[in-house]
Structures are given as C-alpha cells and as structure tokens.
Design a protein around this ligand. Structure first.
Ligand SMILES: [Zn+2]
Length: 353
C-alpha cells in the first residue's frame, strides 16, 4: 500500500504556507487527522523514516527516494535519472513487513534557493534546519518545520537522513560513535567509508559551537532511535552513481530493520573518526592537490597532499602534508584558497569498537 499527503510545515511572514509531501509504504497509511496528516500503522511492526534535502541543494537524496518509490509501487516508468542497474524488479510496497515513511524534500525553502541554509529574513535564529531537531512547535521557522516532521520521525524505529557532499568529499555514512544499533544500520546502508562521530562529553568544542547536538541524527539517536546520515556524492546535480548507492543503501537498511526479507550485504569497509584532521592553508593563494590524490585514498602522516603557490610570482608558499595517518575524506577542488581554509580533510581510521 502507498499513501501520500500534503503536509504544512510552517507559514511564511506573508502567510504563504510552506508545504511538502509525505509518503507511507507498506502496512501503515497516512490518514487525515485534526492537525494534518498522521500515520496510522499497526503497533507491532517496524517503522523506518527517511528524508532528504533538509539542505535543499543536496538533491541526490530526493532522487534516491523517487527511485525507491518507483520500485516500491511497481511503476516501471523510466525515472530518467540514469540509475540503470536499479531497474530490475524490486520489492513492492505490498511486500514490506512494516512501514516506510519518506519525505523527499524536508526543507522546501532551501530546496527552492538551491542552498544549504535560509536567509536571515526567514529564520534569524537558525538558518540551518539540521541544527534544531527535534524542533519546537512554537519556535522559529525551522524549529517549527522540524517539529512537524518530528511527529513522524520521532515515532520511527530507525531513521535515514539523506545528505550529499560534493565531488571533493568521499561518499560516506555518519553514525554516533559507540552506538551499536546506529553502527549496524550504517553497515547495512553499505557505503565503503563510515565516519563515527563522537557526541556529548566525548566531542570536541567545535561540536558544541556548531550546534551539532541539534542534528536530526544526534537528536534521534539520543531518543533511542538508530539513525544514520549518508553523505552521497555531489550536491546540485543528479549523479546516477550516487542515486544507485542511495537506493542500494535504503534497501539494505530496510532489510536490516526487517521490513524486507533477507540480510543486507555483508559490509567490508573502513571506519574513521569524523571531524578530526584538517590540512589548513597557511597562506592564501592557489592550491594544487597532488595529481594522484583522490577522495577516499589512504594517506600517511607527513605525506605530501599538494601545494599552495603565489599566482603572480609562482613561488611555492606551502607544501601541504597530511597531519596524520588516515583517509582523505575531502580534497579541496576550488583552487583559490584563503589562509585558514581546509585543503584536505583527513579522517583517522579507528578499529572496531
Ligand atoms: Zn546536508
């Protein structure tokens, strides 16, 4: 069974409502309640919640949910996003032992702006929607939007919050370090690189300063709901490989949570710490990464990762070197850098814990 409903998330100063669409597949259905749509699902079967594009320029997650929709409702129409190998007959919504709830565009405002955050005129308190979960029904615009979606997410047994990075960032999945349920869900999603993010007392000051406690993943994990944040490659453009990775990941997550039969593919990747090593530009100039350095590569401490040069004199200002052993999870592609900019992000490998 598939049902969908228009959901009003908040209203703009002009009175125009901010709306999005919520979908339910499987054993539960969306019904009209007093306060808008709500999920009516049997209490004894699992619910998985997935959303995309709370950072609106991160459009591949939306494409993933569309492709998944096509497979679940058995519609064989060509979606046109080029994810060819995903076209074999897949599971249908009728086969789901549980309920999948999806929101393809969690933040329509940033989606319309093709942006990461909203302008201050819309939300002076929190321009980044992914810093205010679980939201507040009487709070700022983003807090209200988050609270409206939390009515669905907060009732789920597992959450996948689809994001995308950029061509300069390796595809990976973030989960809360030390949480076995989140780790299991991350392995089921199946990206080669998993980043374990510390939280609370184990986190660094940057974590607090940047408001990471308000991420959907963190807020939900703290409520006991296993949650992961896949970061698929590329914002702004639909990339077939990223869509394929995301669809495969969603099917793996649905298997792991028991909505689909069978086990997820065994995972054999690398785990590293999130938010740790950064090779910083000492001087402004033009950055040229080492020609053979690609995101996802292993690097050793002291290894040359590129150089910053003066564009007028051609003088080398800095030979940039990895500050630790690890995985190059980001490599700056935009050559013009300012002092203090991140040239290469290095995630430190950690062993199973
Ligand atoms: Zn994002």
């Amino acid at each position: 069974m598939h049902t969908s409903r228009s959901l009003t998330l908040a209203r703009l100063p002009s009175g125009v409502p901010v709306r999005t669409t919520v979908h339910a597949y499987g054993e539960g259905e969306l019904v009209d309640g007093d306060d808008g749509p709500e999920l009516d699902a049997p209490g004894d079967v699992p619910v998985v919640y997935a959303q995309a594009a709370q950072h609106g320029r991160e459009v591949n997650g939306t494409a993933v949910l569309r492709r998944l929709h096509d497979r679940l409702v058995g519609d064989a129409t060509e979606a046109g996003d080029g994810a060819e190998s995903g076209d074999e007959a897949g599971p249908t919504a009728a086969e789901l032992a549980g309920t999948l709830v999806t929101v393809p565009v969690a933040d329509p405002l940033t989606f319309d702006h093709v942006s990461y955050t909203t302008p201050e005129s819309l939300d002076s308190r929190q321009p980044n929607m992914n810093r205010c979960w679980p939201g507040d029904r009487e709070g700022s615009l983003h807090e209200r939007m988050a609270a409206r979606l939390w009515a669905f997410a907060g009732e789920a047994d597992a959450i996948v919050d689809l994001h995308t990075g950029s061509p300069s960032m390796a595809t990976h999945t973030v989960y809360m370090r030390g949480d076995d349920d989140c780790r299991g869900l991350a392995e089921a999603f199946g990206t080669d690189l998993l980043l374990a993010e510390a939280a609370g007392d184990d986190a660094d000051t940057e974590w607090d300063e940047r408001g990471f406690a308000g991420k959907l993943r963190v807020a939900a994990t703290r409520e006991g709901i296993p949650t992961i944040t896949p970061e698929l490659a590329h914002s702004r453009e639909i990339v077939p490989e990223a869509v394929e990775t995301g669809v495969r990941g969603m099917l793996g997550a649905l298997r792991q949570r028991g909505l689909l039969s069978g086990d997820p593919d065994p995972w054999d990747g690398v785990v590293a710490r999130n938010h740790l090593g950064r090779v910083i530009a000492d001087e402004a100039g033009l950055f040229v990464p080492e020609p053979d350095l690609a995101v996802g590569d292993r690097v050793a401490e002291g290894e040359r990762v590129g150089e910053v040069f003066d564009p007028t004199t051609f003088e080398t200002l800095q030979v940039a070197r990895a500050d630790r052993d690890g995985i190059a999870y980001s490599v700056a592609r935009e050559a013009t850098v300012t002092a203090g900019a991140t040239l290469v992000g290095v995630a430190e490998r950690i062993d199973r814990e």
